[in-house]
Write a protein that binds this ligand. Structure first.
Ligand SMILES: Cc1cc2nc3c(=O)[nH]c(=O)nc-3n(C[C@H](O)[C@H](O)[C@H](O)COP(=O)(O)OP(=O)(O)OC[C@H]3O[C@@H](n4cnc5c(N)ncnc54)[C@H](O)[C@@H]3O)c2cc1C
Length: 407
């Protein structure tokens, strides 16, 4: 087991500084514009690809960093730059991680490069799990995958919603039900290759925050994908379904494998929230030191100074939780108290709270689009909703610490 350390080491610090430069010089100046346009910032993604910030190799390097902090450091810096553009850049990794977690080596080798494209021809990817009637309750998916043995093809039918990059992606990863009687354990993930007929974009959502990130419905109407697009392969699925049927007969619950994957991916989302919170805190701290009222900087009032003290304390506490959980994932430790969910819960709620305090410290200016905290506050709101709402994180933690099937 690797030792937990708060010193990321020279390599990680160099990556952090490099990403910080990109966030400050490329993302920040473009943030307000793309928030207003509510469009995918292709030129920024292209620039990220040109510089190596957007490539499968870069994320693989961070993902496999043995200390576990590669991904949290990268996420925090990019989202410090801007959350909407940040998500437009890293949205592809949601789909990439699904392939990494469930795919064979061959599938990873085939699909990861196609998800990102090349610096000269940049692509994005989408992960499509949520449906209109299956959000928090992922066991309720209605999208069906039926195997056509004669053609060795899977046929997908259903409607996905809330898909980041849905419809504009080159590669879509779709979670579908193979055996509806088994709930979440009867599901499998499929790659839908670029240009596959039957897949189309439904409505694109107009959002409160992270508006540079494209979010849309994805309609699957008789989508046929080759047998090799089933992530993990048919043999593994057959074995898994047999185990699930056996478990269901014995009254067993949901597999631990899916939970372990969630626990391992949630700290990365928590790190994004920390980036937003840190950015808003820095603006508020600067403002409090320079804004003069009643003949002195407003930070001279304990009411303001203590707010900043609490903001900084919660940000640092969030980072400690995120790094702990990321280190646990990297060193394959069991999340006995749902430490991954804890980190996402706390960091997400912290981002919402810190950005609200920042707006208050900026007074009227905080309420306008002349200052970035208004946007950061809107962006932070998603962090108690996606990748499992705060309530679902609490549910998972409550079950883990009690061992009870709390509903
Ligand atoms: C901008 C954006 C991007 C997204 N990107 C993706 C993506 O790329 N891919 C993807 O598959 N999905 C994506 N999602 C979907 C996201 O994960 C879901 O919105 C989220 O899981 C919540 O599901 P829901 O919206 O259906 O809410 P619901 O599940 O309907 O929940 C509504 C409310 O009820 C509460 N609630 C539900 N069940 C319980 C319970 N048992 N106990 C207590 N409270 C409960 C929830 O916490 C919430 O407050 C995205 C969503 C958004 C908004």
């Amino acid at each position: 087991m690797g030792t937990f350390s708060l010193d990321p080491g020279a390599d990680q610090l160099a990556v952090r500084d490099w990403l910080h430069g990109f966030a400050a010089d490329v993302m920040r100046p473009a943030a307000a514009e793309w928030d207003e346009r509510e469009e995918t910032p292709w030129p920024i993604i292209q620039e990220a690809a040109r510089l190596g910030v957007y490539s499968p190799d870069f994320y693989a390097q961070q993902y496999f960093d043995p200390s576990g902090v590669g991904i949290p450091i990268a996420m925090e810096e990019l989202f410090w730059g801007d959350a909407g553009i940040g998500l437009a850049i890293v949205g592809t990794t949601l789909a990439a991680v699904a392939v990494l977690a469930n795919g064979t080596d061959e599938q990873i080798g085939t699909w990861a490069p196609q998800m990102f494209g090349t610096p000269g021809d940049v692509k994005v990817a989408a992960f499509c799990s949520s449906e209109p009637d299956a959000g928090s309750d992922v066991s309720a998916l209605r999208t069906r995958a039926v195997y056509d043995e004669a053609k060795d093809e899977w046929v997908l039918n259903g409607t996905k919603t809330w898909a980041t990059n849905g419809g504009i992606a080159a590669v879509h990863v779709v979670v579908a039900t193979v055996d509806p009687r088994l709930g979440a354990r009867g599901q499998a993930s499929f790659v839908v290759p670029p240009g596959t007929p039957g897949l189309s974009q439904g409505q694109k959502f107009k959002k409160h925050g992270i508006r540079a990130s494209h979010t849309a419905e994805v309609v699957l109407d008789g989508v046929r994908v080759p047998g090799h697009c089933l992530l993990g392969g048919r043999e593994k699925l057959t074995e898994r379904l047999a185990r699930a049927r056996e478990g269901a007969r014995k009254g067993g619950g949901r597999g631990n494998a899916a939970m372990a994957t969630f626990e391992a991916s949630r700290p990365a989302v928590g790190a994004q929230a920390i980036g937003i919170a840190r950015a808003a805190y820095e603006v508020a701290l600067d403002y409090a030191k320079t804004r003069v009222q009643f003949g002195r900087p407003i930070i001279d009032n304990q009411g303001v100074a203590f707010q900043l003290a609490d903001m900084r304390t919660r940000i640092d506490a969030s980072r400690l939780l995120v790094w702990r959980a990321s280190w646990m994932a990297a060193t394959n430790q069991p999340f006995t108290s749902a430490e991954g969910s804890m980190s996402k819960l706390y960091a997400g709620e912290t981002a919402k709270w810190v950005t609200a305090q920042a707006m208050q410290i900026l007074g009227g200016n905080g309420f306008t689009r002349e200052y970035p905290v208004e946007r950061m506050h809107r962006d932070s709101a998603i962090y108690s909703i996606f990748e499992g709402t705060s309530e679902i994180q609490r549910l998972v933690i409550a079950r883990a610490i009690s061992g009870l099937p709390i509903r």
